[in-house]
Design a protein around this ligand. Structure first.
Ligand code: ADP
Ligand code: MG
Length: 262
């Protein structure tokens, strides 16, 4: 397919053996009313890590991802993104969140904007790019995800797989240092899953930091260095993919794998 998707930030070279922590979560607890949705989450993600987060429905995966980019706020604990402390009382105010891209299960493209305008809006309004620069960048990333031929279409004129590829390009147009995915293929018809996974594999090869909620275990095996397994609001297991799939440590992970790997 295409050459790996490159992010400019990856050109920042790092002192050997000193890979920075880009997400540092300590003692995170979240409640919805009385319901304890995240329990004592500790997680450290280093630059360039490719992590797959899996677990049963309702185990807290989306809540965790959404706390990282402040779509939700947690009541207790500490989240540091790219060295900046995310202040729980001032959500969405942290400029560092511009460096965190998000791809949702239901694409969340702006329905009233064309593919091109979906991709240029945030770079122009948040990053301050001029229209021409934003359009050039959008064309570059839309090309990478195979959607350059659809610039003038509206989301409703695209298939689910095409919409999700546009959503990935839109995230990349902000040149994020971290990309969070929340079940990006779960809403797709089966024949469209591969085209989106192919783009994600390319992205993984570019070296960008990825934290991906998915049950696509082939993807996990192919690109992830770590698999996290959540259950009932806790990270129960944090393991290399092969070990996780062949020798899960916990009974809960074993039961989960038996259900999804049939
Ligand atoms: P997952 O993504 O693993 O399926 P979620 O993080 O979406 O899990 O949800 C974890 C638990 O928190 C579930 O029991 C869910 O019903 C509950 N929950 C999630 N969002 C809300 C909300 N906005 N209000 C109340 N409960 C919620
Ligand atoms: Mg979820």
């Amino acid at each position: 397919m295409n050459a790996p998707i490159q992010s400019r930030y990856l050109q920042d070279t790092l002192p050997a053996g000193d890979v920075p922590v880009v997400i540092d979560i300590q003692g995170l607890n979240k409640w919805y009313g009385d319901y304890h949705a995240l329990r004592d989450i500790n997680l450290r993600v280093r630059q360039g890590d490719r992590i797959v987060l899996c677990g049963p429905s309702g185990s807290g995966k989306s809540s965790l991802i959404r706390c990282i980019n402040q779509l939700e706020t947690a009541q207790h604990g500490h989240i540091e993104i790219l060295g900046a402390n995310i202040v729980q009382t001032a959500p969405k105010a942290a400029p560092v969140l511009q460096d965190v891209g998000m791809v949702f299960q239901h694409f969340n493209l702006f329905p009233h904007l064309t593919v091109l305008d979906n991709c240029t809006l945030a770079p122009m309004s948040v990053r301050g790019l001029r229209r021409q620069g934003a359009q050039e960048r959008a064309c570059h990333f839309l090309d990478k995800v195979g959607m350059r031929a659809h610039l003038c279409k509206y989301p409703a004129q695209l298939s689910g797989g095409q919409q999700q590829r546009v959503a990935i390009a839109r995230a990349l147009c902000m040149e994020p240092k971290i990309i969070l995915f929340d079940e990006p293929t779960a809403a797709l018809d089966p024949e469209m899953v591969k085209e989106v996974l192919d783009v994600m594999v390319q992205l993984a090869e570019s070296g960008v930091t990825m934290l991906c909620v998915t049950h696509e275990m082939g993807f996990a095996r192919q690109v992830a260095e770590r698999v996290l397994f959540m259950d009932e609001g806790s990270i129960v297991e944090d393991n290399e993919p092969e070990l996780f799939f062949t020798l899960p440590r916990s009974d809960r992970a074993r039961a989960f794998l038996q259900q999804i790997l049939v």
